[in-house]
Design a protein around this ligand. Structure first.
Ligand SMILES: C[S@@+](CC[C@H](N)C(=O)[O-])C[C@H]1O[C@@H](n2cnc3c(N)ncnc32)[C@H](O)[C@@H]1O
Length: 221
């Protein structure tokens, strides 16, 4: 896995340096040519940080709409669908979306190519549950600062946003992908009409990576 991670960091760096910070995702999926081992975040199962939260919070989705931002190969979207949500899952990479459709041909999830910075107007304020997992951390700071209002805009009144990302203290460096986030920058969601319900800061058992898992909610009125 290490050579793939290093190649990914190098690819991201090249694209960021040439001023195309979102261009490397499609290149990576395209080059992987259907081999998930070439996609460092593709565990081919639901993210355990999400699964654990859904179970702990006893989340059910019947009659509710969910959206998965930067859905990758689709496992988290499928998990939400299994809970009864009507799920839209989107990714900027056409190859990733085609891969999801191939993996889950009978899925109830609507997989769609879209860029978070330019989503259909009908999605604004349209979702009871918004999942952002590992996508903000794949963007350099100035890009994710701009992304935060676009993530928040998808959450409907009384709806929830769950963010799962790498975490760091403000005085720790974030030089390569994945760029861990700070608690302070995640505070920006509270300028977008959301309030923080829980903020969890922990070390993941299997990888010992430091994670933040943050649940925000939009007020009902
Ligand atoms: C690090 S991967 C994580 C994928 C998935 N969430 C997971 O946990 O396996 C980040 C994903 O976000 C997608 N992405 C990056 N920028 C995006 C944007 N502006 N709009 C939509 N998707 C984006 C990438 O193509 C990639 O699939």
């Amino acid at each position: 896995m290490e050579p793939i991670r290093n190649r990914t960091k190098q690819l991201a760096k090249e694209f960021i340096e040439k001023g195309d910070p979102l261009g490397w995702f499609e290149r990576l999926y395209e080059t992987a040519a259907g081999d998930e081992k070439a996609v460092p975040w593709a565990d081919m199962t639901v993210n355990p940080n999400l699964a654990e939260w859904l179970e702990r919070e006893q989340i059910t989705g019947t009659g509710k709409r969910a959206i998965v931002i930067g859905c990758g190969l689709g496992d988290d979207a499928e998990a939400l669908s299994q809970l009864g949500f009507e799920v839209t899952a989107f990714d900027i990479s056409p190859t990733a979306i085609a891969w999801c459709q191939k993996r889950f041909p009978d899925s109830a999830v609507t997989y769609q190519v879209a860029d978070l910075f330019n989503v259909p107007a009908t999605w604004q304020g349209g979702f009871d549950f918004v999942l952002e997992s590992y996508t903000l951390q794949a963007m350099p700071k100035e890009v994710r600062d701009r992304a935060i209002p676009h993530v928040a805009a998808l959450v409907k009144r009384a709806g929830s946003l769950l963010i799962i990302c790498r975490g760091r203290n403000a005085d720790q460096p974030a030089e390569t992908v994945p760029f861990p986030l700070t608690r302070e920058e995640l505070g920006a969601f509270q300028n977008q009409g959301l309030h923080e319900v829980t903020f969890e800061d922990y070390y993941e058992k299997d990888t010992s990576a430091r994670r933040f898992r943050v649940h925000h909610r939009r007020a009902e009125f």
